[in-house]
Design a protein around this ligand. Structure first.
Ligand code: TA6
Length: 271
């Protein structure tokens, strides 16, 4: 079942199936809420998030495209999260949102068509990004699904599946490291880009486990601001760093180069 609702004053598409609900804002095609059939919210959305379109919405699953962070010539984390996407209907049981570019963007002047497919099951959410190069010249981009996963207390959280992976530590000047421990845990600001991730991941907290799979995306970004950085982020409350871990399906270290007429696909499945 699909309907249009207003959520904190912003127009959203609500998906409901088998007792599960997801809410997707047209602004950014951003999943703001995901409740599987057990009724427990799995995504973090800041009480201080801005919904007037003046900034990206803090929380849920922002779509980062065509550049991750400052890696590129354009806006930090790209423009896609600050654009109005179009709801294009349902295809293969997934809600499809589109964003087209005609090449007039000064920072990244390439014609493209992006599709975000959101599939919901009783206990599972799959978000997939597709990018077509609709122009006549190749272009390069980086991208991510910047998922803010809700937790009760970050100090009790562990991420499984990254052992043996190399990562760039953005919180320590971009230095390179290898993940030796079986689990990633959080004891201060954490901002890492893991590359060549092939294993499925899991977010563990007490008895709760959220499995995370990705395809197409080669990297995983793990981010938690910690107390001090959190205090400097206007659209987070002082204690919000305890309430989420971002585990992002990302393609950052090796930009995608897409020729005319080509399509790139990447997805993340949670559940
Ligand atoms: O994905 C991690 C990251 O790039 C961090 O460096 C952190 O600043 C975060 O994203 C949030 O970025 P934003 O532009 O949404 O404030």
């Amino acid at each position: 079942h699909i309907d249009t609702v207003s959520f904190r004053g912003t127009p959203c598409i609500r998906l409901q199936t088998e007792g599960a609900t997801a809410m997707v804002s047209l602004h950014g095609a951003q999943v703001l809420s995901w409740m599987p059939a057990d009724g427990r919210e799995r995504l973090f959305l800041s009480e201080r998030a801005v919904f007037d379109g003046s900034a990206a919405i803090r929380g849920g699953i922002p779509v980062i495209f065509p550049q991750f962070g400052e890696r590129g010539a354009g806006h930090r984390h790209g423009f896609a999260r600050n654009r109005a996407w179009t709801f294009a209907g349902v295809e293969n049981e997934a809600a499809v949102f589109t964003l087209a570019g005609d090449g007039s963007n000064a920072d990244w002047p390439y014609p493209f068509l992006a599709r975000l497919r959101i599939g919901l099951g009783a206990g599972r959410l799959r978000v997939a990004l597709e990018v077509d190069n609709t122009g006549a010249t190749p272009f390069a981009f980086t991208a991510a699904l910047h998922s803010y996963l809700r937790v009760d207390d970050i100090v009790l959280v562990a991420i499984e599946g990254l052992q043996g992976c190399d990562y760039e530590d953005s919180a320590a000047g971009g230095t390179l490291h290898r993940q030796h421990d079986y689990e990633v845990t959080f004891d201060s600001e954490t901002d890492r880009i893991y590359n060549d991730v092939v294993a499925p991941l899991a977010l563990l907290e007490g008895a709760h486990r959220l499995d995370i799979e990705q395809d197409g995306f080669g990297d995983v970004v793990v981010w938690n601001p910690g107390e001090q950085l959190c205090a400097r982020i206007a659209d987070l409350a002082p204690d919000d760093w305890k309430r989420f871990a971002c585990i992002e399906a990302a393609q950052v270290l090796q930009p995608v180069v897409l020729g005319p007429g080509e399509t790139w696909r990447g997805g993340q499945a949670l559940g």
